[in-house]
Design a protein around this ligand. Structure first.
Ligand SMILES: Nc1ncnc2c1ncn2[C@@H]1O[C@H](COP(=O)(O)OP(=O)(O)OP(=O)(O)O)[C@@H](O)[C@H]1O
Length: 290
């Protein structure tokens, strides 16, 4: 089966500012796919070229299916009522829509409210409802949960997952690493005008390397209380924390434990954390922006 989206050699300049310098990626049918990148990397430009909202200089874009686009907030007239907006969009798309469009997204009771009376989260849902009017196969979401509180974000994530279960392909741009990690099947990182990485989050972790942070909680019985106070965690009384970074976890742990044993230091806890998606993203973005 063909991919939902195929982008090859996409170039886009704004005047003499080359933003996209040969962007290549594909999105599989039925996946939730995130386009990540630093501010100004070109995520919105890429999405707008794909959506047909922006001209590009060269490259090919193949979209296999009907598309739906979640517009940015503040893009509707202030006094339009939610249900009027739904009917208007349905009319433009030569289809019909009833209140279930809104109630299925949990905003049925808002159908008579004017746009300016809606909260940010309610506006986002209304825009999602409008994007769904054509019953799209491929849904584009640009920063779908920016500015939403935790509850609204979780609820919107649930709705996005439900859309995936219905077989839709979802392509989103996001800055929220937690969102990307929990929601997306695959990610692409846009940096230096090209796709610097494409794959799953575990594949990114693998590619960036095994960088670990080791936190050791130690007790140093020889120290006085005033000495402890000068340390990082005075509230812990006789305990403190020491942190280390390592690419070779076994080697570092062995040498640390040997050292502590020699010193007679009592260890009360050891924690090992892998680098976060955020750190890995920053590393890739930095390397490719040089
Ligand atoms: N209409 C435009 N005219 C000129 N330059 C533009 C235009 N739109 C975007 N740019 C520039 O193109 C670059 C990419 O912008 P774009 O909005 O695509 O990035 P982005 O990755 O979506 O950023 P953000 O995360 O900040 O939303 C930026 O340097 C921006 O200033």
């Amino acid at each position: 089966m063909s991919d939902a989206l195929l982008v090859t050699g996409l170039h886009k300049n704004y005047g003499d500012h080359a933003v996209l310098k040969g962007v290549d990626f594909s999105v599989r049918r039925g996946e939730i796919f995130a386009l990540l990148g630093s501010n100004g990397a070109g995520k919105t430009t890429t999405l707008e070229c794909i959506e047909g909202l922006r001209r590009y200089d060269s490259g090919t874009i193949t979209v296999n299916g009907r598309t739906g686009i979640q517009l940015q907030s503040a893009s509707l007239p202030e006094h339009i009522r939610a249900m009027e907006a739904v009917r208007l969009f349905a009319g433009w798309n030569r289809t019909s829509a009833d209140e279930t469009m809104l109630s299925s997204l949990g905003i049925g009771e808002l159908s008579g409210k004017q746009y300016y009376q809606l909260s940010t989260g309610q506006k986002r849902r209304l825009h999602l409802a409008l994007a769904l009017i054509r019953d799209p196969d491929i849904l584009f979401l640009d920063e779908p949960t920016a500015g939403l509180d935790v509850e609204a974000r979780i609820s919107l994530h649930r709705q996005i997952r439900r859309l995936k279960e219905q077989g839709k392909t979802i392509i989103l741009a996001s800055h929220d690493m937690a969102e990307v990690e929990t929601l997306c099947d695959r990610i692409a990182i846009l940096a230096g005008g090209k796709i610097a990485f494409i794959g799953t989050v575990p594949e990114l972790n693998e590619q960036v390397g095994r960088h670990y942070k080791i936190t050791v909680r130690v007790e140093r019985p020889g120290q006085t209380l005033s000495e402890y106070r000068e340390e990082l965690f005075p509230e812990n009384g006789t305990e403190t924390y020491e942190t280390y970074e390592s690419d070779d976890i076994a080697e570092t742990l062995l040498s640390l434990l040997g050292q502590y044993k020699k010193d007679g230091t009592v260890i009360s806890d050891i924690r090992v954390d892998r680098g976060s998606l955020e750190q890995h993203f920053m590393k890739i973005a930095k390397e490719n922006n040089r």
